[in-house]
Design a protein around this ligand. Structure first.
Ligand SMILES: [Fe+2]
Length: 144
């Protein structure tokens, strides 16, 4: 299997874990910022749901077959499911850490894809990195 396809498949698995963690935070957040954070997490998981679809369809576009089982995702993912329901700001911090890790990974994959003559994948991932960088700025503004 092409290296980019393999890397995108692992990324797909990680986005599924991120999605489920965001659902956890959306449902279980408590405290004075409940309304804001409840909506913030919902917006993020709606975005992740789109990214998941785009990634899977990119894998198909490149001639691969995206993994489609939860069992498969959990076996491949580098991210961990958050089994806790932490305090609100810890949830925000964990989201920020996850986005940083995903951005690092996406830039590596974009670089590999670029080297392999696949600028389409590289651009798709770089756009996503830029949008997460913006969200990370918003989180930093909330935390300062
Ligand atoms: Fe909801």
């Amino acid at each position: 299997m092409n290296k980019t396809i393999q890397e995108l498949d692992v990324l797909l698995a990680d986005f599924h874990v991120f999605y489920q963690n965001l659902r956890n935070y959306h449902w279980n957040v408590t405290g004075p910022q409940f309304f804001q954070l409840h909506e913030f997490f919902e917006k993020l998981y709606d975005g992740v749901s789109e990214h998941i679809d785009n990634l899977a369809e990119r894998i198909l576009t490149l001639g691969g077959k995206p993994t489609h089982t939860l069992k498969g995702y959990l076996a491949m993912a580098t991210l961990k499911e958050d089994e806790e329901t932490p305090e609100a700001m810890t949830m925000v911090d964990r989201v920020a850490e996850t986005m940083k890790a995903l951005n690092k990974r996406m830039l590596e994959i974009a670089e590999h894809a670029g080297e392999q003559g696949d600028p389409g994948t590289a651009m798709m991932l770089e756009d996503l990195v830029a949008s997460y960088e913006k969200t990370l700025w918003m989180i930093r503004a909330t935390r300062s």
